[in-house]
Design a protein around this ligand. Sequence first.
Ligand SMILES: Cc1cc2nc3c(=O)[nH]c(=O)nc-3n(C[C@H](O)[C@H](O)[C@H](O)COP(=O)(O)O)c2cc1C
Ligand SMILES: O=C(O)C(=O)c1ccccc1
Length: 365
Amino acid sequence: MMKPVRVADYAELARAALPARVWDYLDGGSGAEWTLRDNRAAFERITLRTRVLTDVATCDSRTTVLGAALAAPIGVAPMAYHRLAHDDGERATAAAAGAHGMLFVVSMFASASYADIANAATGPLWTQLYWLRDRAALLDVVRRAEDAGISALVLTVDAPRIARRPRDLRNAFTVPADVRAVNLDAPVMATSHVAEDGTSAIERHSRERFDPSLTWAELAWLRERSALPLALKGILTAEDAELAVAHGVDAIVVSNHGGRQLDGVPAAVDALPEVADQVAGRVPVLVDGGVRTGADVLKAVALGASAVLVGRPVLWGLAHAGAEGAADVLAILREELAEAMALTGRPTLADIDRSVLAVPRPRTR
Ligand SMILES: Cc1cc2nc3c(=O)[nH]c(=O)nc-3n(C[C@H](O)[C@H](O)[C@H](O)COP(=O)(O)O)c2cc1C
Ligand SMILES: O=C(O)C(=O)c1ccccc1
């Protein structure tokens, strides 16, 4: 292929670079992958209303989210095991995000230590958590993150267990022995590395370790033990957004886990307005799922997002060309966002409101 110019170009490059079962794990979703497809389709259904002659000589996409100063309202979504995509793993991702003034949310299942990631980083780092049955182990992860200077916690709440993902079941997917969740795993072989026909090792591992009995009341336990700001990731309804704010959560990530948890929930960008309207500016609302262009970022901001997180495309860039590839994916998004702001006549993020969105209407005669 010629030099990639769109984020989507990197998908094919990554597919060519990776073993089929690793590609399936990264690319795949749950069930019939209906929600996975809808994450994209929903962005593609939204059209834009341009304004002209507004002086777009300089477009400013800078913002601050939970104290993190960003050059653009874009971050890397938490994803397990970046070393599946490239040997340099999360250190490369951290360098790429930092090079563009973007946020990196490190997965609890990162394949590099928080200390090593922090050493490679030049920008803000948050970390994602799953609520483990073993509270001491959960707290241990939090302490390691704090010690490395991680500045916020993102608790994923859409995964009391990892959903059935048909591609991983068919492939009996296991994580290779040399790729490990080093901030978490005991040095013994964890289930995620043990093969068993017709099962996904990650799904089995999640059933053993994640605590599916977690409720709102228990969030206080974590708040009492860490002073870091806390975001909840995986909120899709106004009811849960209200409960999150009522329980003192500092930010919300509207997400369907990239179509990897319950198949049949709405596209993330379709759930965003319901959540943003309910929250009404009380805490920042982020969104992830299907963001592939700068115009997608603009659409999410118009619907109330303070920032977007980008998942798979970062791994595509890593798989193709390590830190350089991941950085190029982020550079394309940043450049396209600047272009979308200029061409819609919205030179600052504050100018990007719902007036930039065309309401799709049935044709009348
Ligand atoms: C390979 C992979 C691993 C993921 N691992 C995690 C994880 O460890 N924790 C988490 O909260 N979300 C995880 N996610 C979900 C992402 O944070 C994010 O919600 C989703 O990928 C965004 O959609 P996108 O890939 O379409 O941009 C993972 C997603 C992928 C593709
Ligand atoms: O694959 C995922 O989406 C995911 O969230 C996860 C969770 C635990 C271990 C590895 C991946």
